[in-house]
Ligand binder design. Structure first.
Ligand SMILES: [Zn+2]
Length: 633
């Protein structure tokens, strides 16, 4: 059973005409492996350990690939998808803000409920369809290929949720696809350790349980019940029976029983979260990890993923494709950002736990690649691999051997992909590289110290989010997101005071100059490598959505997590002590991506948006509307 919302949504999105063609219009075959975060310098240090990548570059080429400002994955992949810079596709950061409320909002997509409802007892039934809207503008290049009857297969393209529909194509959503609760991933961690109280942590919940007769009920939270007036969350219950002597336990979910030894992971457990008891439910699935069973129970439960065999939201196009995939390869992580870096940062995972979980995700997704290659008979195929990016965030600079194992996984993949595709063009590329993240800059605090942002009382600095103490009547500029700096502009911000035009331009110039001169109070190093003035440097008609300036940090520095959500902490710069130890949201010049291919290109300094135009060109097609790149071949 499903949400009424989703049935309507499915009806709206399911269009006829999807079929697998056996030959492309131009008879071409191109496979692109998008390896998120693959770093050129790391590769250059490790060619010996990566024989397939090494062979590919020797037979063809290895170049740095220029990336976007800011070099954040959603921004960079949206540029690859549309051949536009952020001014054209409208994604400037992971996080944008609503200028009326200053609330940080996801830049990628929005899920909304139907606006008209019918009240029935404690239920509220939607009469109009809710919808998922992607904020990305501009036609994806593979939609243009498909319009010319070139078969396309797009596996886990970031910011492609809901996946765009193509008559001659299949796609699976990636980064940007939510878990069943509508979040980017919320894990649960159950323990009877008295030191652990029930509480929320970033990206998860820690739940204290009591064992009685060696058993406990683990209540796993599903989606809020959109059909109820109070929107109460839904739950399913897993009962754990711990063996009093052995490090083993049995987990019961309805009729399903799973035995796990300490340290073992379960497969996917499918569950129905009740919406109207006996009538309607939402299908989800999760995996259990029996981290410890003695002396304390410590059980991790993954975020509840959308079940691809019965999807509540459109995670593939055509929507029925996810069922076909499940039949062929089994269940798989459907969550966009599935590596649980949050559980590692929260101390629920240690490094070995994180690496094991990340590997499970990668193996699930490589099954999808194998399936796609088995059914690939020419045309265009894209596959996105997230493991290198996510693992680099947690391992970079300290655990090189572990990170090299993730690179090895990619290298082995390239080995079997090449065997499969013969002399088709193979492009291995990344959206950005990597850098250290030692010092976190509280950019709003910097703006305050420079007089551009004013608090109601200067003593009211804190980690509180969404600017609770900012006096907007005296504030000229503020920061939200990982790189965004906005003016408090008249006619745009609710209490804007900066006049658009000359006054705004002069202010941006002044802030730029001071940022470039900004020094870390500890050690005196420059913190900012460059800034981008979006209104003069970007192209397109989405400029009003983005920040007025993008701040490019020097390697080693990044915006603090508090800055992202609009806080003004006391310290100007703080040491980064999080397990999230490396990053790339800095000046784009320091973190280029890579382009490795069995085909040689002419361009000495290719950019992501050049690659988009080049792919169209290889199939004999010109650039799409608004594309700013040039073919590299
Ligand atoms: Zn990243």
């Amino acid at each position: 059973m499903k949400y009424a919302v989703c049935v309507l949504l499915a009806a709206a999105l399911l269009l006829p005409g999807c079929g697998r063609h056996t030959a492309s219009a131009a008879g071409k075959s191109i496979v692109v492996l998008g390896i998120d975060g693959m770093d050129p310098n790391f590769l250059e240090r490790h060619w010996d350990a990566l024989p397939n990548l090494d062979r590919l570059r020797k037979e063809g080429e290895f170049k740095r690939l220029e990336t976007t400002m800011p070099p954040q994955s959603p921004v960079a992949w949206a540029t690859f998808i549309t051949g536009r810079d952020p001014g054209g596709h409208g994604l400037f950061d992971f996080v944008h803000r609503d200028p009326q409320t200053m609330m940080p909002i996801s830049a990628m997509s929005l899920t909304s409920q139907g606006s008209r409802t019918l009240s029935l007892g404690s239920y509220e039934l939607p009469l109009t369809s809710g919808k998922v809207v992607s904020f990305r503008k501009g036609k994806p290049f593979w939609q243009i290929l498909s319009e010319h009857h070139i078969p396309t297969e797009i596996v886990r393209m970031p910011t492609d949720f809901p996946p765009v529909h193509c008559d001659d194509g299949f796609s699976v959503a990636g980064m940007g696809a939510p878990d069943l609760r509508g979040t980017y991933g919320t894990f649960s961690y159950f323990t009877d350790d008295a030191a652990q109280k029930t509480r929320s942590v970033s990206g998860g919940q820690i739940v204290h349980v009591e064992l009685k007769n060696n058993s406990a009920a683990l209540r796993i939270q599903g989606p809020d019940n959109s059909l109820r007036k109070d929107k109460a969350p839904t739950y399913v219950e897993v009962t754990v029976h711990v063996d009093p002597q052995q490090p083993a336990a049995r987990f019961d979910l309805g009729d399903t029983q799973v035995l796990l030894k300490e340290g073992e992971w379960s497969g996917w457990m499918q569950a129905e979260f009740p919406l109207i008891p006996g009538l309607k439910s939402a299908a989800g699935m999760f995996r259990l990890y029996a981290k410890k069973l003695h002396p304390h129970l410590e059980v991790y439960v993954s975020p509840v993923n959308i079940d691809p065999s019965d999807p509540e939201l459109p995670i593939t196009s055509p929507e029925s494709y996810s069922k076909q995939l499940t039949k062929s390869v089994g269940l798989f992580y459907t969550q966009g950002m599935a590596q649980d870096t949050k559980a590692y940062s929260a101390g629920v995972f240690d490094r070995a736990d994180y690496i094991a979980q990340s590997r499970l995700v990668s193996l699930d997704h490589l099954k999808l690649l194998r399936y796609s290659l088995d059914h690939f008979h020419g045309g265009f195929l894209f596959f996105h691999f997230f493991g290198v990016d996510q693992d680099s965030h947690m391992l970079w600079g300290k655990y090189d051997d572990d990170l090299l194992n993730t690179y090895r996984m990619v290298d082995q993949t390239i080995g079997w992909v090449r065997q499969k595709i013969g002399d088709a063009t193979l492009i291995v590329m990344s959206d950005h590289g990597f850098s250290t993240f030692n010092r976190a800059v509280n950019l709003n605090t910097w703006l305050m110290k420079e007089g551009f942002l004013v608090l109601d009382d200067p003593k009211n600095t804190s980690d509180e989010e969404v600017f609770p103490h900012v006096d907007w009547s005296r504030t000229q500029a503020y920061s939200v997101g990982l790189n965004g700096l906005y003016l408090n502009l008249q006619g745009r911000e609710r209490e804007g005071i900066v006049e658009p035009g000359n006054q705004a331009d002069a202010l941006l110039k002044k802030i730029s100059e001071r940022l470039l001169a900004a020094r870390d109070p500890e050690g005196g190093k420059p913190m900012i490598g460059g800034v981008t003035l979006t209104h003069t440097e970007f192209h397109g008609d989405m400029l009003d959505r983005g920040p007025d300036m993008i701040v490019g940090y020097m390697p080693g520095y990044r915006s603090s997590w508090q800055t992202v959500l609009g806080a003004v902490p006391t310290a100007l710069v703080e040491d980064n002590t999080d397990a999230w130890r490396a990053d790339h949201c800095i000046d784009a010049r320091f973190v280029p991506g890579v382009l490795i291919s069995n085909r040689r290109s002419r361009a000495p300094d290719p950019h992501l948006y050049d690659l988009t135009v080049s792919l169209l060109d290889q199939f004999g097609l010109g650039p799409g509307t608004g594309m700013i790149g040039h073919s590299i071949y």
